[in-house]
Design a protein around this ligand. Sequence first.
Ligand code: CA
Length: 272
Amino acid sequence: MLKKKNKIFMCTMLLSLFLVPMTLSKNVSAETIKGSSIVSELKSKSDCGDKVRNDKTKGITLFDNFNYFNTNNWSKSNGWTNGGVFNCTWRSTNVNFDKGKMILTLDKDTQGGTTPYAGGEYRSNNFYGYGLYKVNMKPAKNIGTDSSFFTYTGPSDNNPWDEIDIEFLGKDTTKVQFNYYTNGVGGHEYLYNLGFDASKGFHTYAFDWQPNYIAWYVDGKEVHRVTENIPTHPGKIMMNLWPGTGVDSWLGAYNGATPINAYYDWVAYDPV
Ligand SMILES: [Ca+2]
């Protein structure tokens, strides 16, 4: 029993060394070990690598500097529209990487879609649950558009609709909107006055999703917290840029200006 425990501890330590980046906040190492359900499944040191590769949905840290399209972890949405308020078709050509940044582009659709515009969307391949989600980004500044960072799962994943949002309404990028949905119930929109224009430079936005609260952060400072009816289902990490339709009272009427870009420098997830 003791030997088995020692092996598990060794795996835990190795996992921590490889997976916990330098940017983690206080007490994260201990929390990662405690919260990492894959650890209890490990049988020997040699299992560590395979488990990391095969079980990314549980307790795994993610960091991407957006130097290139890492197909192990991410997909570009391509060839469909969400419909509803989204007046664009997602095109993989609208997700690009340059000089260490991911660039999402909104422009006119020239590939025969049913919508007049093409948007960019980047989504994780895996699902992520409770933990700290961070993005360093610079949203688009243009009326009628939305630049976002969020977690999402829903009927397309055979799950209830759970979502946690950071959204920049391009009509006024001196504010950021936070929101969340639990089993399809939303209506928690909260506009935070940043005190700077987010479209003018890169800043770090984050949310800490825990069983009994969600806290949102701007440049490391907590600025909003909710504690009621918190989502429970792990979701995909998503970023997109799109023009609205039929939601002028929210986004403002899109003026059709193209091309428009949103920039993402890096993203991180820690299961703390
Ligand atoms: Ca970068």
